[in-house]
Design a protein around this ligand. Structure first.
Ligand SMILES: [Zn+2]
Length: 380
């Protein structure tokens, strides 16, 4: 009931279950990794498991989902589960002093992540966890437990603690409380005080497998084809994958491949190509240009797969299998590794602020000469 909200991360889950089963949970954990790998999802699953009234008697080492604790934990209303996060800059120093609209937003976000821990969590303009929050936490921990059993404190994005907050937190770490588990999530463990990390057990979450991302997306209702494309963009980060769902990647892919086709056309291609690139670069959108390049790379990798493994090769652009095959048949003699290098170079130039228009045009002209000379050589 708690672990099934975590996508992938099977070895981490086994490790944590083992620690719970053998009563060897350290008093402080750092869960290191990007949000979209599931740091918060794992932290919440641990918190739910540790606070379940039946877990000690449960052979499955999972929260039962039905006890009083589990029901409270399911909506993050459990008095023994506390989540500390950065608060917006302003007068309020602690949660209880926040303006009503900010409190509403916080409550809303807590409800959201209680249901779906891969949703973005964090208040607008909130970049620091302040010392007053850590002091408040210490006061709460010093008081007797609100409810018997384990208390779990999650410091979300612990690297956002100010220096003062970090030093105050260090004192809390040095004086462990009975049945209190502190979990720090961070994508930048190097930004934590070394004196803090040395007192915690660090678990590093790895990027998710593309398959796990696809499965998670399909479960939320995304069609399999789109899920496969989006996952191949996301580098194992479910949150990133979801952010791509809002972009019209299928249309962008069509435009990207159209650019390549225009570049490969016969006489008179030049005017069309300049115009097509100008249309794209007109948006002065580097992110968009990088996606175009990435979509072309996926396309060429699919062509490569078909050339290596035949018509039924596993490809990302599954809805475009016929077009991929046709391209492979037409330009299969070209050096695709070199073509992918050209894309890589263009992406690097765009990141280094070289003109988008110039970079795309150069890349497409280079691809043109690469593909055409291969065809000429093959037919000679
Ligand atoms: Zn339970």
């Amino acid at each position: 009931m708690s672990w099934n909200s975590v996508v992938g991360q099977h070895s981490t889950i086994r490790l944590l279950q083992h620690a719970i089963a053998h009563d060897r949970m350290p008093h402080a954990l750092v869960l290191s990794g990007e949000d979209g790998y599931g740091t918060l999802a794992v932290a919440l699953a641990v918190a739910r498991c540790m606070t379940c009234e039946n877990v000690t008697t449960s052979a499955s080492l999972d929260a039962c989902g039905t006890c009083h604790s589990c029901i409270q934990a399911s909506t993050l209303q459990h008095p023994n589960i506390k989540l500390v996060c950065a608060l917006p800059s302003g007068k309020a120093d602690v949660e209880s002093e926040l303006a009503p609209d900010v409190l509403d937003e916080l409550a809303h976000q807590l409800r959201t992540i209680a249901e779906d821990p891969y949703e973005a969590f964090g208040l607008a303009d909130a970049t620091q966890i302040r010392i007053s929050q850590i002091r408040e936490l210490k006061r709460e921990l010093a008081m007797s437990a609100a409810q018997a059993g384990w208390r779990v404190v999650i410091i979300h994005h612990a690297d956002e603690m100010t220096v003062e907050a970090s030093n105050a937190f260090l004192k809390t770490l040095e004086e462990p409380h009975h049945q209190v588990l502190l979990i720090l999530t961070t994508a930048s463990p190097e930004r934590l005080l070394q004196t803090i990390t040395s007192r915690c057990q660090t678990i590093t979450l790895s990027p998710l497998d593309d398959d796990d991302v696809v499965t998670a997306l399909v479960e939320q209702g995304v069609n399999a084809n789109e899920a496969a494309i989006v996952a191949s963009f996301a580098e194992g980060n479910l949150a990133t994958a979801r952010s791509y769902l809002n972009e019209d990647l299928q249309a962008e892919r069509a435009e990207a491949i159209d650019l390549l086709r225009t570049a490969l056309r016969g006489k008179g291609f030049r005017g069309d190509l300049v115009e097509a690139v100008a249309n794209q670069a007109d948006k002065r959108d580097r992110r968009r240009a990088l996606r175009t390049i990435r979509l072309l790379a996926l396309w060429l990798r699919d062509v490569q797969s078909v050339l290596l493994a035949g018509a039924e090769a596993p490809i990302v652009n599954i809805d475009q299998r016929e077009a991929v095959q046709k391209f492979a048949a037409g330009f299969g003699s070209a050096d695709l590794v070199h073509a992918l290098d050209l894309l890589e170079t263009a992406a690097r130039d765009i990141r280094r602020n070289v003109s988008v228009q110039l970079t795309l045009l150069t890349m497409l002209m280079d691809l043109r000469s690469l593909f055409h000379s291969a065809v000429k050589t093959a037919s000679a």
